[in-house]
Ligand binder design. Structure first.
Ligand code: FES
Length: 93
């Protein structure tokens, strides 16, 4: 398990996730953000796209089915218990 600290839709979360958990599954299954949908199994449709912002750059659209949840927290592997300023905006439910 890895500890991640993220902000989703303005709410801060600190959760333990498996290192293999995809961001889309973390958002849907752990946070209940079911507006983030899985539309394919090939990373082609874009239905799972979320906006991800880290402290060093502008928001960027990412396919949450091709990003690990631990990648949403840049400090997750280096310093598992530190907070980050990462913000994720998921689609409205
Ligand atoms: S679910 Fe199709 S690109 Fe992510």
């Amino acid at each position: 398990m890895a500890r991640i600290n993220v902000t989703v839709d303005g709410i801060r979360y600190a959760d333990d996730v498996s290192p293999r958990t995809l961001l889309v599954h973390y958002l849907r299954d752990q946070l209940g953000k079911v507006g983030t949908v899985v539309g394919c199994d090939t990373s082609n449709c874009g239905a799972c796209t979320v906006l991800m912002t880290d402290r060093d750059g502008p928001a960027r659209a990412v396919k949450s089915c091709s990003v690990l949840a631990v990648q949403a927290d840049p400090d997750a592997t280096a310093k598992p218990c530190r907070s980050s300023s990462l913000t994720i905006a998921s689609p409205s439910t």
